[in-house]
Design a protein around this ligand. Structure first.
Ligand code: ZNH
Length: 147
């Protein structure tokens, strides 16, 4: 089981408590799809092309970015059993969506970059360390049901 210090718990809760999901979710997913264009193939029915402007303007991508961010609430509310909490979502991404699990890490890095640019000097190395640990546990849990 992953151990969390009180400091880590409070830092992670503070970050998420200050986030506007409707803003940061779309930004993180768009960044991921623009920087790592192969990720777009999983969103075929969203109708976006490999073009930054099309990705920025796509409402379905924006909405899905919000869904993904709310997906992180699961981990936030269940920090002591993240692996079990994501079992279903892991099966979905593996067996139904066939998302290469390497991409979870890429999206989590894009989210870190968006949060860094929002928080600026408040995103200290210490804060980043807690945040990256949280995301690493989520990424690992999402990849757990892959065979
Ligand atoms: Zn994912 C879906 C989360 C990543 C792709 N996702 C989804 C959902 C959720 C999530 C919550 C919904 C589900 C239901 O409906 O039930 N994701 C998530 C998270 C993460 C992710 C948390 C990390 C962090 N994804 C991802 C990636 C990708 C994806 C990276 C690719 C690249 N997802 C996806 C898809 C889907 C999902 C494709 C489906 C969509 C639709 O709607 O169609």
């Amino acid at each position: 089981m992953v151990e969390w210090t009180e400091q880590e718990r409070s830092t992670i809760n503070k970050i998420f408590g200050s986030l506007n999901y409707d803003d940061i979710g779309p930004k993180a997913l768009r960044r991921c799809l623009i920087v790592y264009p192969w990720c777009l193939k999983y969103f075929g029915d969203f109708g976006a092309t490999h073009n930054a402007e099309a990705i920025q303007k796509n409402d379905k991508i924006a909405k899905h970015g919000i869904v993904v961010l709310h997906g992180l609430d699961l981990a936030l509310k269940n920090m002591d059993c993240i692996k079990a909490t994501y079992a279903k979502l892991s099966v979905l991404h593996s067996e139904k969506l066939h998302v290469d699990p390497d991409n979870f890490k890429l999206l989590s890095d894009c989210l870190a970059i968006e949060i860094a640019s929002l928080m600026k000097s408040d995103f200290t190395p210490d804060v980043q360390a807690s945040f990256q640990k949280f995301l690493a546990v989520v990424v690992s849990a999402l990849g757990k049901q892959y065979h």
